[in-house]
Write a protein that binds this ligand. Structure first.
Ligand code: 0A1
Ligand code: ZN
Length: 889
């Protein structure tokens, strides 16, 4: 679909389909150049909809024949639709035959080849690139799939459901026939054919049923699948224990593929994974990779209920399955982490990601609601708002009705809607109906503004203590800024979890005016008006408020706390999230003050002492220390400013880091030594926390080395890089050298490439590290341009494109936003080059310019010029066109 056919699709225009497709029998004669697809379907008119033609979606297909009840029928093409004007009123059989060209399909949507095997990707609208169909999620059919292919080249033939039969055919070909008993929307269809091997495991669930679990990968990758298999088993156990949701399939398969647009896909019984979200070994994957794999395996598995058993009526409801499933995978990761402190670390990481990615989205050109009102290209709406903000919305349901109430609500949701395609309203109603009289149910209408209003609410909190009356009055106000298409906003329902501390850090009992007794020291206030005051009584001393504990709502909080207050929270808050937050705020305040005044940053003794005390703290976990001692990211800092100068931000953060490195030098040495992990590799929270802190310490020490003319620590980093027993330590040491521009960095980089040149996922790390290296005199940028010509580089593989190009443009603001605009010129070239190959990936890269409007004037006009250059291309994809038009709107 190219310009001219670009249509705005509106939520309010939803209409039920004119026909239902109840069953589909598909036959594939697989051939990379030309695959023949035969589809036999049972259709039924939807009697609730006015009489009309049958319109089937199809893209990049070559139609050979169309039969109705065995008779050839006339049809016409209308854009990307095949139209049959005189379809029968009675139920009928439709038979279609078409071809497609998997080898030429570089979009990675529909049927394509990767590394000599066949794969499919059908969400959101890829099935229409396989055959003509009512390719929309509310049309659910039972699939039977016959695959035929060359046996030597494609010994493994997989599709959804259960294997009915398989066997040999003439001419060295073979077949396999699969049947999925669950009716499903076309976006959950999948097939895989190739030379793959599987790790297998049989499990018996609590319900006493036996299941076969399989993880398929290319030969040679099998030993890297153990972690994924363990994660799958843990996910199955967890979903049964926490939500009573069992595995409903005899066979559950996961397949890895190197060319994939996203992380993974929840096709019924046949999940397809980007190898980056699947393969791990101590030698090749970092602790972060292990964690990401665990959460993505869980995410896709959890979709089997939240997404597959109950699916979305239309794509505007995407967050119905994605927000809920992210919430479930976040809860799972927290439960897996175990200790309260490890749980808090998970929560902090999730919030950090939300702030780094979703908050900017919510204040930029592509800001949209969790349930958007319109789109041009649905692929542009697989966003952090739909996923991560959607998950925060689900979390607020849980906060308002409690854990047990939420579980009851989910139970009711499945009782009501199993096997259906529904909307976010049905979800909201189920949670509310299961919790009559709850804080959610009594204000459900207002709560649902979280689905319709884009933008991050700003909450201001101010407290007044009356010593004579022993009262503390907390006044909360909320305000949301205008976002594109939404000039006015109404107040939202914001759960504010909170506590009060004495100046000595003691938790104070909370008793709201009008209440008979104290409610403990932890309470959830519900802010629902533009301004509300809450009066606490019997408050014996001037309190320090700890607000928005555990980040109880996705808002921007201004609590007006002084340094002294923040220090109390950093040292004593019982809520680990707010402890971390206080540390971040102390750093952020100093960085912002320097940026606002335009003066050099000078970190004061009070701040440095607080950070030192934290680093030395005998009880706190290493993982938590690492999070507190890592300064806020440059993107998050930019979010706090009306006019963004990426170079200025980088300079201040760099200086803050140097000062932290210098002032705490001895403590960094201590932290490095104290956090060495002995024994074999395990990615558990304690060991990975220690490695994270040791790596941060090493980075600080290498960074600080030139100041004291030290050659020992760069030498130790190099040694560690060479001898490391796992990728976390090896990459940590390499990163320390590269980020400090140490002399040994280049030889380490060369050595790293030599060691891992045959492992694509590690080569991606090698590119990414260089793309993200802090800028110094334009060297990083020059290197990226050079690396774009490297023999190992290609835009065709999304992981590789992301590793180099996205690393620079998205994650390295100071290298990207250059005074000479060369970064923007490079960006425009790459967007255009990618768009010709894979519009979905191109449009992700295009989004780098979402926030061009808040750049300082020197960058702003150059950025605009580059955006206009992209816009001027006549045959842009709908994907990129939509993003660019919104940026220019
Ligand atoms: N539903 C998947 C994400 C996904 C979406 C689109 C894709 O291709 C266009 C692939 C995967 C998930 O949430 O994991
Ligand atoms: Zn998902």
């Amino acid at each position: 679909m190219r310009e001219g056919t670009a249509n705005l699709i509106r939520r309010e225009d939803y209409q039920a389909p004119a026909f239902w497709i109840r069953t589909i029998d598909l036959t594939f004669d697989l051939d990379p150049a030309k695959t023949l697809v035969t589809a036999k379907m049972a259709l039924e008119r939807n009697r609730d909809v006015a009489h009309g033609p049958l319109r089937l979606h199809g893209e990049a297909l070559n139609v050979l024949r169309v039969l109705i009840d065995g008779e050839s029928v006339s049809f016409r093409q209308d854009g990307d639709q095949l139209v049959i004007d005189n379809a029968p009123d009675a139920d009928f059989a439709l038979e279609l035959r078409n071809t497609c060209a998997p080898d030429k399909n570089t979009t990675l949507n529909g049927l394509y080849t990767s590394g000599g095997s066949f794969f499919t990707q059908c969400e959101a609208e890829g099935f229409r690139r396989i055959t003509y169909f009512l390719d929309r999620p509310d049309v659910m059919a039972v699939y039977t799939v016959l695959l035929r292919a060359d046996k030597a080249k494609y010994p493994v033939l997989l599709s959804n459901g259960n294997l009915l039969e398989s066997g040999d055919l003439p001419n060295g070909r073979h077949f396999a026939k699969w049947h999925d008993p669950f009716p499903k929307p076309s976006y959950l269809f999948a097939l895989v054919a190739g030379d793959l091997v599987a790790r297998e495991q049989r499990v018996r669930t609590r319900a006493g049923k036996d299941h076969l679990l399989q993880v398929y990968v290319r030969r040679g990758d099998l030993e890297k699948t153990e972690h994924a298999m363990n994660s799958l088993i843990a996910s199955i156990v967890w979903d049964e224990a926490r939500f009573n949701l069992p595995l409903d399939l005899e066979r559950f398969m996961i397949v890895g593929v190197s060319d994939f647009n996203m992380g993974a896909m929840e096709n019924k019984g046949l999940n397809i994974f980007n190898t980056s979200a699947l393969l791990a070994s101590a030698a090749t994957a970092t602790d972060a990779d292990f964690g990401r794999i665990e959460s993505i395996v869980a995410h896709e598995y959890f979709h089997n209920w939240t997404g597959n058993r109950v699916t979305c009526r239309d794509w505007f409801q995407l967050s119905l399955k994605e927000g809920l499933t992210v919430f479930r995978d976040q809860e799972f990761s927290m439960d897996m982490a175990g200790s309260a402190s490890a749980r808090a670390v998970c929560r902090i990481q999730d919030v950090r990601n939300l702030r780094a990615a979703q908050f900017p989205e919510d204040s930029g050109a592509m800001a949209h609601a969790v349930r958007p009102d319109s789109y041009v290209e649905i692929n542009n709406f697989y966003t952090t708002t739909i996923y991560e903000k959607g998950s925060e919305v689900v979390r607020m349901y849980q906060t308002l009705v409690g854990r047990a109430g939420f579980e009851a609500g989910l139970k009711l949701y499945f009782e009501r809607h199993d096997g259906q395609a529904v909307t976010c309203d049905e979800f909201a109603a189920a949670i509310a109906d299961a919790n009559p009289g709850s804080a959610l149910t009594t204000r459900l209408g207002a709560f649902k503004r979280w689905y319709s209003q884009a933008g991050t609410p700003h909450v201001q909190a101010r407290g007044v203590y009356d010593a004579a009356a022993q009262t503390y009055t907390l006044t909360l106000t909320q305000h949301s800024r205008a976002t594109p298409g939404q000039p006015e906003k109404l107040p939202q329902v914001i759960p504010v979890a909170m506590g009060l501390l004495s100046a000595e850090g003691q938790a104070l009992p909370l008793q709201l005016q009008g209440e008979a007794a104290a409610v403990g020291s932890d309470h959830v206030l519900v802010l629902e008006q533009a301004e509300q005051s809450f009066v606490f009584i019997n408050v014996s001393t001037a309190p320090v408020p700890s607000l928005l504990r555990d980040f109880s709502a996705p808002v921007i909080l201004d609590d007006g706390l002084s340094d002294a207050d923040l220090l109390v929270l950093l040292q004593h808050d019982s809520d680990a999230f707010n402890r971390w937050e206080a540390g971040q705020r102390l750093g952020l305040n100093r960085i912002l003050a320097a940026l606002h005044s335009g003066t050099a940053l000078q970190l004061d003794q009070a701040y440095l002492d607080a950070m030192r005390a934290l680093l030395r703290h005998p009880q706190l976990d290493a993982a938590f220390k690492e999070l507190v001692l890592t300064l806020p990211g440059e993107g998050y800092i930019a979010e706090q400013l009306d006019i963004v100068d990426p170079q200025a931000i980088h300079a201040v953060v760099d200086s803050a880091q140097m000062q932290l490195a210098a002032a705490l030098r001895d403590d960094w040495i201590g932290a490095f030594e104290a956090n060495q992990v002995k024994g074999g590799y395990s990615p558990d929270p304690v060991s990975s926390g220690k490695r994270a802190l040791a790596n941060l310490a090493l980075s600080m020490l290498v960074m600080d080395a030139p100041r004291v003319q030290d050659t020992v620590w760069p030498g130790r980093a190099y040694q560690r890089f060479k001898d490391a027993g796992n990728m976390t330590d090896r990459l940590g040491a390499l990163t320390a050298l590269v980020n400090a521009h140490a002399e040994l960095a280049d030889s380490a980089l060369e050595r790293f490439h030599e060691l891992f040149k045959d492992d694509p996922l590690v080569v991606d790390k090698w590119f990414a590290l260089q793309g993200r290296a802090p800028e110094q005199d334009g060297k990083t940028f020059a290197r990226v341009k050079q690396l774009a010509k490297h023999a190992d580089f290609t835009l065709k593989n999304p992981n590789r494109a992301r590793s180099l190009i996205f690393s620079l443009c998205m994650y390295n603001p100071a290298a990207f936003h250059r005074a000479d605009a060369a970064g923007y010129v490079f960006w425009a070239e790459q967007v255009l080059a990618l768009d010709a190959i894979n519009p979905q990936i191109a449009s992700r890269l295009a989004r780098v310019m979402d926030r061009w409007n808040s750049l300082a004037p020197a960058y702003r006009s150059a950025a605009l010029e580059a955006i206009r250059r992209v816009a001027a291309k006549a045959d842009l994809s709908n994907d990129v066109r939509e993003v660019i038009s919104r940026a220019l709107a």
